[in-house]
Ligand binder design. Structure first.
Ligand code: NDP
Length: 273
């Protein structure tokens, strides 16, 4: 019997997840169906209950329901708990298990697709919203030398440093908070996890943040490079958008559901404009 999955969002028509999962299923010979599921803004829980009742095996969750999914899950794994947000649900044995594959997807894109090691490096994370929070535990587990979180609203970055101080200490990672204009020194990896690119804005960071051979990654993706990517490229960094992260988080979810890991390189090549 064909197993059913979907991506729940509002809006959801733009989601590329059905194409990505269809490609993974074809590649691995898995018999699944994956569709878009538009949930009413006040009807996420009802939508999940309906999917469970209809025999769906799991779902991805996108904007604006990731926090609500974390509250709804009957069980969260460690990375979902640390992120405070869920992008992957597994419906099994009467439970709704919440996971978060966004951060692991980002790590896979940096280390495997871009070929940039994180261990021992200096990382600058721009932004302190949901995407930044979700990236922090996976980043810390890669044991960089230091992570600086810079945000427009500095107390939000400081709160993240507070929340992750213990786990960072256990991995020997220095954690710091800053405002965009007070970021100090240069970095090996700079990730833009703000939503500023959506509005065509650039976080006002000093151009000296890009060290020699630095990687700059904007979590946003589209047909054009973002202003942040243009800025980073002008200052000597290698640049990536968020498409690789998207394809990798989907692979991680697929592996959780199906127990097989698809080849992401093929799918990423096919999706590039
Ligand atoms: P949130 O709304 O939770 O956080 C937004 C963050 O951006 C905050 O730190 C906010 O700062 C900052 N910000 C917003 N506008 C500006 C601006 N004009 N200038 C500077 N900083 C700004 O969003 P998310 O964390 O959920 O998402 C962030 C980005 O990551 C989005 O573009 C999203 O599409 C992308 N994303 C990509 C994924 C992928 O698979 N590629 C997965 C998940 C997210 P403040 O605290 O001061 O308000």
């Amino acid at each position: 019997m064909t197993d059913k999955y979907c991506v729940i969002g509002h809006p959801v028509a733009h989601s590329k997840s059905p194409e990505i999962h269809a490609a993974y299923a074809a590649q691995t010979g898995q018999d699944i169906r994956y569709e878009r599921c538009l949930a009413p803004l006040d009807g996420f829980a009802e939508t999940v209950q309906r999917l469970v009742a209809e025999g769906y095996r799991g779902a991805n969750v996108t904007v604006p329901f990731k926090l609500e999914a974390a509250r709804l899950a009957t069980r969260l794994n460690e990375r979902a708990r640390a992120a405070g947000a869920v992008n992957t649900l597994v419906f099994a044995h009467g439970e709704i298990v919440g996971d978060n594959t966004d951060g692991p997807g980002l790590m896979a894109d940096i280390t495997r697709n871009a070929g940039v090691p994180i261990r021992g490096r200096r990382v600058l994370l721009l932004g302190a919203g949901g995407a930044a929070r979700g990236a922090l535990l996976p980043f810390v587990q890669e044991a960089p030398r230091e992570i600086v979180i810079a945000n427009r609203t500095v107390p939000t970055a400081e709160a993240l440093v507070h929340d992750f101080a213990q786990v960072a200490g256990r991995h020997g990672v220095r954690l710091g908070a800053a405002g965009f204009d007070t970021v100090d020194g240069s970095f090996d990896i700079v990730v833009n996890a703000t939503s500023s690119s959506l509005a065509g804005d650039l976080p006002p960071v000093p151009p000296g943040i890009f060290g020699p051979g630095a990687l700059a990654l904007d979590m946003m993706y589209g047909n054009q490079p973002t202003v942040f990517m243009d800025f980073a490229a002008r200052h000597g960094a290698a640049v990536r958008d968020g498409l690789g992260m998207l394809v990798e988080q989907a692979a991680e979810a697929f592996a959780i559901w199906r127990g097989v890991r698809p080849d992401t390189a093929q799918v990423l090549r096919a999706m590039r404009p």
